[in-house]
Design a protein around this ligand. Sequence first.
Ligand SMILES: Cc1cc2nc3c(=O)[nH]c(=O)nc-3n(C[C@H](O)[C@H](O)[C@H](O)COP(=O)(O)OP(=O)(O)OC[C@H]3O[C@@H](n4cnc5c(N)ncnc54)[C@H](O)[C@@H]3O)c2cc1C
Ligand SMILES: *[C@@H]1O[C@H](CO)[C@@H](O)[C@H](O)[C@H]1NC(C)=O
Ligand SMILES: *[C@@H]1O[C@H](CO)[C@@H](O)[C@H](O)[C@H]1NC(C)=O
Ligand SMILES: *[C@@H]1O[C@H](CO)[C@@H](O)[C@H](O)[C@H]1NC(C)=O
Length: 543
Amino acid sequence: MIISRSTLGFALLATMPEVISTSIPPYSEPTDFDPIAALAVRGISVEELPDTSPHIITASYKNCTAAVSKLASIYSNQVTLLGAPDYDPWRAEFWSKYQESAKPACIFRPKTSGDVAVAVLISRWSSCPFAVKSGGHAAMKGASSSDGGVTIDLVNLNGVDLSEDKKIARLGSGNTWYKVYTTLEKEGLAAVGGRAADIGVGGFTLGGGISFFASIYGWGCDNVANYEVITATGEILQVNYQSFPDLYWALRGGGANFGIVTRFDVETFEQGDIFAGGLAYNYTAHGPAVINAFSKFASNPDPKAATWLVVANRQGTDLLSTLTMYREPNPEAPVFRDYREIPALSNSTKIRTLADMTEQIRSTNPKGLREMYWTHTFKFSKDFITWFAKMFFDELRPVQEKYQGHLPSPVFQIITKDCLARMSRNGGNALPLKEEEAPYMNLIYSCMWQNEADDGAVIGLIAKVMGKAVEEGKGRGIFVDYVYMNYGSEYQDVLGSYGQENFGRLKGIAKKYDPRGLFQLLMPGYFKFSGAPKKEGPGVINV
Ligand SMILES: Cc1cc2nc3c(=O)[nH]c(=O)nc-3n(C[C@H](O)[C@H](O)[C@H](O)COP(=O)(O)OP(=O)(O)OC[C@H]3O[C@@H](n4cnc5c(N)ncnc54)[C@H](O)[C@@H]3O)c2cc1C
Ligand SMILES: *[C@@H]1O[C@H](CO)[C@@H](O)[C@H](O)[C@H]1NC(C)=O
Ligand SMILES: *[C@@H]1O[C@H](CO)[C@@H](O)[C@H](O)[C@H]1NC(C)=O
Ligand SMILES: *[C@@H]1O[C@H](CO)[C@@H](O)[C@H](O)[C@H]1NC(C)=O
């Protein structure tokens, strides 16, 4: 049985003009809300557990035994218990070793939104914490697998269904973008999604979502017409700009703080083959020319194009490598002329499908390694990029051979004015970016390495390089205090960086839809209102 508060139809969305809602609909959790009664409505009977109160939310791993046995009794073939034959192979599927290291009391694979609602209510009843996994690409431990609690793996929520007019694709939140792209390409369509094949629809879209199409369509979160959300009381809401505009705004960049999204109904667009691939250049020989070519995007972007710039050393050569993507099968796009004129060490650009491009990016970001992302935002500055590349290579040189499998890859991406303009439709999103300050650049320090013994040193280097970048950015007056969630490290306070106003508004919305803080207390992984997931810094090593 599905309890649905909003009946605002899906069919309505695709054709509905942009109506500005004047009143925010009421929503409240009954003060005496009782998960035992709510489970009973769904035909599930549970007893009150000793030392727990159905009216208070507390997290305790002690009663996970109760939660697990209840889930297993209702959904035997959707639950994997700790120690079962498929338990370790499942953990090994995480992209990052940090996530693999978490050992959930059980893995639960819901098949319907109702199953997700039951899992939320069982957690609330038993006080057993949980985590939610979509693509599992968050790098930090506990983000999408609970150490000791229940991990809800959305993998079976994998529908990709087009509306009749094909303008909306309803995406189950356990999909990877590869599955979405390969399904939509049969119709000559695409959607605003991730650039690596195995990124999940869930995490990508909740944090913002930078795609190849950002300059035309904005970020992933700006292209969701409707979210299906399971609330802290196990209700199933259809959340869109008309039905719940406050929650709709919060879900656009506010992360996993308001509910579990079971379906994202995203806008589609027509898309055929693209011209895309990577180009690697010798930094020593061509550094300034490559940085010039990249920087032209900031002042004169072609909305059909996308690019990023990676600063890296491979086999002893300092490199600048770029990704170029043109959304038409055109190898001669003028916007990339400057890149074409610089001799490249390697060149994988070609006419291909979007899905094929994301598969190449996946293959260069293999799973099973120690991984960290760390990010900051700046107003665009070519000189800063030049400064950063030199500083980074200077810091890296003495240690680059020291740690096994050490592949640090800082990446610059431009957030164009066109992108910002697109973010503001339908009430805007929760991110603190302003059109008049654009273009911005995002700097993400992405890094993989092999051995746990090197964690301190590698993370210390990341912290040191990013600390210097922040200091330099502040000195140049270009530092922007916005930490992009999808690239944030566990040492960073993402929501705190959204600015007082947005942070306060987000907290207020969470208080309305989840007044007792279930998604803070019982789903504690990843970026919450309480600040950085890890409160202690990694320290800075002597290099
Ligand atoms: C190789 C690689 C390439 C990337 N490329 C891009 C890119 O092109 N653009 C970009 O913006 N980012 C990119 N990222 C970052 C990526 O978007 C984030 O890591 C994102 O969190 C991954 O989403 P996921 O669903 O795979 O991860 P998960 O680890 O499954 O989810 C991340 C967080 O979101 C929560 N969550 C997920 N789904 C739901 C849901 N349905 N309801 C509630 N909470 C949920 C999880 O609990 C978890 O805390 C990339 C990352 C990697 C490793
Ligand atoms: C739940 O935890 C309490 C202690 O916190 C314990 O007394 C009780 O036996 C547990 N119940 C179950 C069913 O595990
Ligand atoms: C890169 O350029 C430098 C300077 O021109 C040159 O010495 C070096 O051999 C080049 N490296 C490669 C891999 O081509
Ligand atoms: C890379 O290859 C494509 C064709 O595959 C070509 O059009 C382009 O000029 C090449 N670029 C560089 C920089 O060599």
